[in-house]
Design a protein around this ligand. Structure first.
Ligand code: DC
Length: 231
């Protein structure tokens, strides 16, 4: 293993990768990259600066320079900042998710975000969560996971998440939105969502969030990451 240990967790929305990624990062004392948050921040930044989806050049400029930051609050929750303002709440809305998946189809936008993502790889290690972490951003990662689940399971998890954050949305609407996002993320020309050849693939349809965490942790332990972290 190189001096920076990288574990990637890719997969579509609603498979439990975020929860698992945060727990594993804490246990290993690694940094955590929520790459989806970068695409969401770009979408939010574009909205705030009145940059239209069609304005690729301005989106690229924004992706290269936007002022963003992540930090843990007193409860250990990750807070996300745009130009100094805590935008953790608005960032998780479905409208931002849809806009994020649209800006993410531009190859130029993706390459503008590439270096920013790679800067997260610092010692002792990084858990990188997203769609193309194992295939494009960190192809040499020491361990790669690809999580998937049935469409029904993902839609009902996503629905629960949105209801919990106060969005008044029907399961039917969530299914339509998820379908849109899946097809855009899977069919875009650059870095579409698919498992890296060497990824460990896990179906989380019938697992609770805790079971997903424990399954991944067991594999991380089997691969010797804890031994190395404690050496
Ligand atoms: O993981 P998420 O739901 O926060 O991601 C929001 C959108 O960002 C997702 O629909 C597609 C895009 N995305 C991407 O294209 N590549 C990534 N590595 C992460 C997210």
């Amino acid at each position: 293993m190189s001096s920076v240990n990288i574990i990637t967790i890719d997969g579509p929305s609603g498979v439990g990768k975020g929860t698992a990624g945060v727990v594993i990062a804490k246990k290993l004392k690694y940094d955590y990259l929520d790459s989806g948050a970068l695409y969401r921040l770009l979408a939010l930044g574009a909205q705030r600066h009145n940059v239209e989806l069609e304005n690729e050049a301005s989106l690229v400029a924004l992706a290269g320079h936007f002022d963003i930051a992540f930090s843990d609050d007193e409860n250990g929750e990750i807070k996300t900042f745009f130009e100094g303002e805590d935008v953790s709440g608005p960032l998780r809305s479905e409208s931002i998710a849809q806009f994020a998946s649209q800006v993410a189809t531009y190859p130029s936008v993706r390459s503008a975000l590439l270096d920013r993502q790679r800067l997260f790889a610092v010692e002792p290690g990084l858990i990188a969560d997203g769609r193309d972490m194992g295939t494009v951003v960190f192809p040499d990662a020491a361990l790669k996971f690809f999580l998937n689940a049935s469409f029904d399971a993902r839609a009902s998890r996503r629905h629960k998440q949105l209801i919990e954050r106060g969005e008044n949305v029907s399961l039917r609407a969530v299914r339509d939105q998820l379908q849109d996002r899946d097809s855009r993320d899977q069919n875009r020309l650059v870095s579409p969502l698919f498992p890296a050849e060497d990824a460990v693939e896990i179906d989380t349809s019938n697992m609770t969030a805790d079971e997903v965490v424990n399954t991944l942790l067991e594999i991380v332990a089997l691969k010797g990451f804890f031994a190395e972290a404690n050496a």
